[in-house]
Design a protein around this ligand. Structure first.
Ligand code: NAD
Ligand code: TDX
Length: 331
């Protein structure tokens, strides 16, 4: 593989992946990104300009997608509307981009017989009880809760159908919650870190007992590259790093690492339909020789806090509008 098309490469996980690929391989990368509110061209600053081409455009634009897909060896598909809370207020762009955009890409890779990797989420499986000994596996039944997770589930099903019906050379990965640099301040961890920087108390939805299975975005990137190079066509891989923690504990750790009192947070209105717990069995990744490098969540979180403290110019322009949106729902 010499040349990758990375959709959503100016978003959080996509930009981490582009830096990872350019930093660890000789591969050339073309990024296709619409630069929605969630995309930021500055997230690609510092990347090797000789091997990176940036195209601002929509994955639903069939003509543009066809032209770009025809020029690469493989597509890694990150572009999506990604925030659950937004999907509860206006599901429409989630259906357009996550389902319509994935369909447009699948038709192009089918025409040009190009390898495709679809990046998805563990949220397609719904949620687990707090005391359930089980974790999600590649055979867990789909049971999405929100418009976001339902649209990602729909896109996963399209990929599987295009593999089976048309022989498209595709793999799928479903990953747990990511944290790390370049994550939009609407998301849980960067929202709380930047609140603390601004002297505002962190906001926990409901009792804060919901559990997420945290993985550093750098580990997600190495995992996707491993699936792209060693994955079996047609298979689904579950990516996780044994990082289960409830939201209250995460907030308390942020407060502790920033020298604040451990109880300096507020409980706010819960998210409707809020998934209780996600947990990933990542043995499908061990099979292809992948393991996470960030085995200490505390260490990765401390590094992430430092990144936000040092990159205020990157997140500051988004902060006020994001908080104004949350204020409308009392969150
Ligand atoms: P993000 O919202 O930070 O970035 C999404 C990117 O896609 C943005 O740059 C945006 O401009 C771009 N985009 C949106 N609509 C587009 C369109 N129509 N055409 C072209 N570009 C478009 O999202 P993220 O958190 O980086 O998530 C990336 C992918 O990883 C998504 O598919 C998401 O479902 C998946 N995922 C995310 C997580 C997580 O914890 N954030 C976990 C598992 C899987
Ligand atoms: O202010 C907050 N307070 C709070 O308690 C916010 C923004 C969130 N939360 C809670 C809700 C969740 O239980 O924190 C948890 C994490 O919330 P999000 O960052 O919105 O992530 P989540 O809904 O779990 O989804 C994320 O992981 C899976 C990504 O946004 C998805 O794109 C990915 O598929």
């Amino acid at each position: 593989m010499n040349h990758l098309l990375v959709t959503g490469g100016a978003g959080f996980i996509g930009s981490n992946f582009v830096h990872h690929v350019l930093g660890t391989t000789d591969v050339r990368v073309t990024v296709l990104d619409k630069l929605t509110y969630a995309g930021n061209r500055a997230s690609l600053d510092g990347a090797d300009k000789q091997r990176l081409r940036f195209i601002q455009g929509d994955i639903c634009d069939a003509t543009l997608v066809d032209e770009l897909v025809a020029s690469v060896d493989a597509v890694v598909h990150y572009a999506a509307e990604s925030h659950n809370d937004n999907s509860l207020h206006d599901p429409s762009p989630f259906i357009q981009t996550n389902i319509g955009g994935t369909y447009t890409l699948l038709e192009a890779v089918r025409r040009h017989n190009v390898r495709f990797h679809h990046v998805s989420t563990d949220e397609v499986y719904g949620d687990l009880e707090l005391d359930d000994p089980d974790r999600f596996t590649p055979t867990t039944a789909y049971n999405p809760s929100s418009p976001y997770s339902a649209s990602k589930a729909g896109s996963d099903h399209l990929v599987r159908a295009w593999v089976r019906s048309f022989g498209v050379q595709a793999t799928v990965s479903n990953c747990s919650n990511n944290y790390g640099p370049y994550q939009h301040v609407e998301k849980f961890i960067p929202r709380q870190i930047t609140n603390v920087i601004d002297g505002v108390r962190p906001r926990l939805y409901g009792a804060g007992l919901n559990v997420r299975d945290w993985i550093h975005a750098e580990d997600h990137s190495s995992a996707v590259l491993a699936v792209l190079t060693h994955g079996e066509i047609g298979r689904t891989y579950l990516i996780g790093a044994d990082g289960e923690m409830n939201n209250k504990s995460v907030v308390e750790m942020i407060l502790e690492l920033t020298g604040q009192p451990a109880d300096a947070y507020d409980h706010v209105t819960d998210r409707p339909g809020h998934d209780l717990r996600y947990a990933i069995d990542s043995s499908s990744m061990a099979e292809i020789g992948w393991a996470p490098r960030y085995t200490s969540f505390r260490g990765g979180l401390a590094q992430t806090i430092a990144w936000y403290q040092e990159h205020e110019d990157w997140w500051r322009p988004q902060k006020q509008v994001t908080e104004a949106n949350y204020a409308r729902t009392g969150q």
